[in-house]
Design a binder for this molecule. Structure first.
Ligand code: CA
Ligand code: CA
Length: 219
């Protein structure tokens, strides 16, 4: 059993509580963002990226959910599109998924991609979307910054308020493999699976800028 699991168990047995941090972006800005420091370079031939997200900006505009940008390219962006669909883009055209709208209640969201097959899928609250074939043989390149809350159009800059994230987002973790469907279902249910080896929400260093609030939520 991992130490974290032991601590969780002990804490539960003695009636204590466990807290997890979450990010609240109260309003649209072009200045508020959080940089997540990865555990290793994002040199990726496959990934699973998960988060919990809630926003009341339904159907009003596009919203950036995750941005990883190197000097010259949007290496990996996840978006809520204007029409409510969810998408991700790796240096060019995107993969789009016509899923139910995000709303005020938290959604557990994961995106998976594998370069060898090009298989791309999205999971909402543990349910898998159809698989799409996207960017077979592509590589996500290292040397960039992971930004939550804004879409950088240059290296950590050129943010636009009308693309900013407004709402609550957290539990952002990333693996350099495609996790199994059962692992993603477990994660949605709140059970700890293997911690992210690229981004680990429990231990990641967060560099906050602007009016974003880091709030601790008791589980
Ligand atoms: Ca932009
Ligand atoms: Ca951009």
């Amino acid at each position: 059993m991992r130490l974290s699991a032991v601590l969780l168990l002990v804490s539960t047995l003695v009636g204590g509580s466990v807290a997890i941090k979450t990010l609240v972006f109260p309003s649209a800005t072009s200045t508020s963002y959080v940089e997540m420091v990865p555990l290793k370079p994002l040199n990726l031939r496959a990934f699973t990226l998960c988060m919990r997200v809630a926003t009341e900006l339904s159907g009003e505009r596009e919203i950036i959910l995750f941005a990883y940008r190197t000097q010259h390219f949007d290496e990996l962006n996840v978006w809520r599109e204007l029409n409510g669909s969810l998408s991700f883009y790796m240096s060019g055209d995107g993969a789009f998924f016509n899923v139910p709208q995000l709303g005020a209640l938290q959604t557990h969201l994961c995106v998976t991609w594998d370069s060898a097959s090009g298989a791309a899928a999205l999971f909402m609250d543990g349910r898998k979307s159809l698989t799409k074939i996207y960017k077979k043989n592509h590589t996500v390149r290292p040397g960039g910054k992971v930004i939550i809350g804004q879409d950088p159009d240059n290296y950590v800059g050129s943010f636009e308020g009308h693309q900013s994230f407004v709402g609550e987002i957290g539990d952002i973790s990333m693996w350099d493999t495609v996790l199994s469907q059962s692992a993603i279902r477990e994660m949605f249910s709140g059970n700890t699976v293997a911690r992210g080896n690229v981004l680990d929400w429990q231990t990641t260093e967060l560099k906050t800028h602007g009016e974003v609030k880091v709030v601790n939520i008791e589980l």
